[in-house]
Ligand binder design. Sequence first.
Ligand SMILES: C[S@@+](CC[C@H](N)C(=O)[O-])C[C@H]1O[C@@H](n2cnc3c(N)ncnc32)[C@H](O)[C@@H]1O
Length: 504
Amino acid sequence: MSRPELDKVNKLNFYQNLLKEIYSLVEENRSLLNTNNVQFLVEDHWNSKFNTELKNDLEIFLKEKLENNSSVNLLKYFIQNQPDPKLPYLNSLFDRLKNLFNTWDYKVCTNQDELIKMDRPDLIEFNQIVKQRFTIVQKQNRFMNTKKLYEVDHMSKFVASLCKKQDIFNIVDIGSGRAYISAQLSSSIFDDQFNVIALESSENNVESSMKRLNQMKNNKTPLCPLQVESKFKTITKFIQSSTQLNDIIRQNKASKQLENYALIGLHSCGNLSNSIINIYLDNRESERKLLCNVSCCYNLLREKYDIKIGDINEMDKKSCFPMSQYLNDLKYSLSYNMKIQACHCLFKCLSSVDDFKEQDNLIRWYRCVFQVIIYEFFKSKFSDDPNSTDFNVTVGKKIIGSNSVLSFVSYAKNALKKLGLNNEELNDDKINSYIEKNSIMKQRFDIYIQLKYILSTTMEYLILLDRLVYLYEVDHEEKLEHFLVKLFDPVKSPRCHALISYTK
Ligand SMILES: C[S@@+](CC[C@H](N)C(=O)[O-])C[C@H]1O[C@@H](n2cnc3c(N)ncnc32)[C@H](O)[C@@H]1O
């Protein structure tokens, strides 16, 4: 399938219609998506959060799997494309999702190679130099873990190619953390072509980034950043939509001139991604500019219309979710549970579909059964309101330790100890009785978790498309073009989408 060539208005219409479609899908499943896994038993999610048709189909699915002695693997059923006629509701939900994923891949996302096609001799030569340098640099210790190395190498090459193509030689990295990508872009790997400013709100991270760079320099690492010190600057600064970035750039450039620049962010968490988009759109001074932002941590995204939080009266409301006119008109809110769910990655699960994280799910299940114990013995310790279901007890993963095949009795005892809870009635037999009497629900819990994974992508797509639509709505400069690109392999790096925009 090839991408449709649409002009800007048509593109906006197309994306707005898709946003409405995703919104409908999310809303139809809100009661399920807006749940906390821990409450599965105590709030009886199986009987109260699924619509009747869906629950009936899932019961049939479960019964058949048990009769045939096969594993209850809904993820596998989702990708197998062998619809069972006895499950009409489930099949139609899965068809809609697969259509959406198809549309997303072929009509929303642009192929990254299309954007960095090198058709000028100087670009081809630059590309060759970078390729050679990477063969050297990949052998040296750059003090990053494997995941970060993959992201930094891939994104730095992509950004460098886009910048070169656009004749942009200044890069501002926002939320730079330990300056992995910004330092690399300023280094001789990219032929010392780019001046980079790294902006980061945490003083600790800035200090740690300088330590890392000095360590590399002292090790006499070839192709190390900081060899041409004027090319790289890191500054501690909290960034929001109203930040006057042009002033910061002028102050920190030797020439004191504002030149064309690229704004980048690698895993800009929560609202930071939206602030970066606003700063990019508000900058009317540079003739050429470029945006390349990969977001993460949707759970940190503050919302404008979350009734639990009430009216947010804060400076940077402009960077809160939602951004697009359509979702603003609806006063749309996702809720905390849904944003947590948006952080999951279906495609990572699908890569190991034959053994769906059994062990993880067992610990999740223990936590859920442990919640029944808390409700029966200790609820008053956590909530003054006896009817409240709205309290959160953090047990944490640390209590599992290195023993990944813990029994429920050990799990519950560790958790009670950690939380400082004690009741004489709770001996080993009593604790064990909880896992036994709820065991019939374990497979239903597995299905519930898997279905939430399958649906999680809709919320991530909603958040990303909301931003893309906003770019089209707010941008009245005919010269800008906007794209969503699947920049990383989601199995290696689940938050893999980059929002790109630049001057034509
Ligand atoms: C997930 S980390 C990514 C760091 C880095 N880009 C990387 O890929 O390693 C996000 C970083 O953004 C920083 N940050 C969050 N909000 C910020 C803000 N409003 N202004 C500046 N930095 C911010 C955090 O301190 C954190 O270091």
